[in-house]
Design a protein around this ligand. Structure first.
Ligand code: COA
Length: 337
């Protein structure tokens, strides 16, 4: 493997030093869903790979999940909360319209020196967040950062729409990224992109400026997510393949050099179809959608945390994070862990 195409290697590299996740305890199985809408465990398993998902109670909010994932990630490091320079929470189900979910995380962690903001790039939010922190650290501006993907999607899921309610679950994952100038490489490359013309493919319209809360909604279903599954399916496969190919080419990597590709978990068939086009063998593609469904921005850091704890990824391994989601947005990060 050669060094990525760069004018000159940055002095500081953004290295993942901590990882953690937090899942709500309550489980919603396919059989339970089949009692709520016209569907079956067989259909959901065959079309998506999902068997069950975690759902939050009324008391479990996005900031609570995010904070617990962040605590677990920080425990893996020597970074104290007050040493954090920036906290980014990638989410489309924030604690409230404002302030940011990241503000609540900062307060709960007592990370009083951190700048905080939320990042709304839907399922690609975590990838966007890692890309931003890479720039902050490589520029020398910040030394210690945390990127959290946290979602409570079941709170905006329409449990009367069988085409969407089978897909989504709740959870949070986080990574701590720290500046290293000691030869460790960390984030090697990031690519992020979007196509705003296709915003309708995935959306939730209520209570923004277009449909403010003081005006009655013309369609009550606007408080829920709306998805156009077939459009998303085709685009997702295409953009995942493009993003991973870009990573491999830019970093002069062959598939054999990569230990694991951690894709956003949106549908097992989408992930497997993209993997086939990329000639990725199944053991290099991590899948946990069976347990958690689609947790949007949280899915990649949750899967990464599980992968590391299961010993499937070790220090020095090359890992690719890749995601696709509403916006439409997509992107990938190459990590030397
Ligand atoms: C939603 C998704 C699982 C549907 O799978 P699919 O194989 O594309 O299925 P289709 O939409 O073609 O529907 C096939 C049939 O199953 C039916 N169906 C849809 N949902 C069903 C359900 N939960 N149970 C049983 N039947 C269902 C449809 O009504 C359709 O019936 P018809 O042929 O009589 O019209 C799939 O398109 C997908 O995963 N898309 C992307 C998901 C997404 O948007 N994720 C969020 C962003 S990352």
């Amino acid at each position: 493997m050669k060094e990525p195409n760069k004018q000159s290697a940055p002095r500081y590299r953004a290295v993942i030093t901590g990882y953690g996740s937090f899942m709500p305890a309550k489980i919603l199985t396919n059989d339970q869903l089949a009692n709520m809408v016209e569907t079956s465990d067989e259909w959901i398993t065959a079309r998506t790979g999902i068997k069950e998902r975690r759902i939050t109670t009324d008391k479990e909010t996005t900031a609570l999940l995010a904070t617990e994932a962040a605590r677990r990630a920080l425990e893996e490091t020597d970074c104290k909360p007050e040493q954090l320079d920036v906290i980014i929470v990638a989410t489309i189900t924030p604690e409230m319209v404002f302030p940011s979910t990241a503000s609540f995380v900062q307060s709960a962690l007592n990370a009083r020196n951190a700048a905080v903001f939320d990042l709304a790039a839907a399922c690609s939010g975590f990838i966007y967040g890692v890309s931003i922190v890479q720039q902050f650290i490589e520029s020398g501006r910040y030394q210690n950062a945390i990127v959290i993907g946290a979602e409570t999607l079941t709170k905006i899921t329409n449990y009367q729409d069988r085409t969407s309610c089978i897909l989504f679950g709740d959870g949070a994952g986080a990574v701590v990224l720290q500046a290293a100038g000691d030869g460790r490489k960390g984030v090697l490359y990031s690519t992020i992109a979007a196509d705003g013309e296709q915003w309708k493919a995935l959306n939730c319209q209520a209570y923004g400026s277009r449909h403010p809360s003081h005006k009655e909604l013309d369609d009550p279903n606007k408080i829920f997510m709306e998805i156009h599954g077939r459009i998303v399916y085709q685009q997702a496969v295409r953009r995942i393949v493009e993003s991973v190919t870009d990573c491999l080419e830019h970093c002069h990597l062959a598939v054999d050099d990569v230990t694991m590709v951690i894709s956003h978990q949106m549908n097992q068939r989408i992930i497997e179809s993209a993997a086939k086009r990329l000639n990725l063998p199944p053991e290099k593609v991590y899948i946990n959608i069976d347990k958690y469904g689609n947790t949007s921005a949280a899915s990649v850091p949750i899967a990464f945390d599980e992968c590391v704890r299961e010993g499937k990824i070790k220090r020095g391994d090359i890992v690719i994070f890749v995601a696709f989601g509403a916006g439409l947005t997509w992107g990938a990060n190459v990590i030397e862990f």
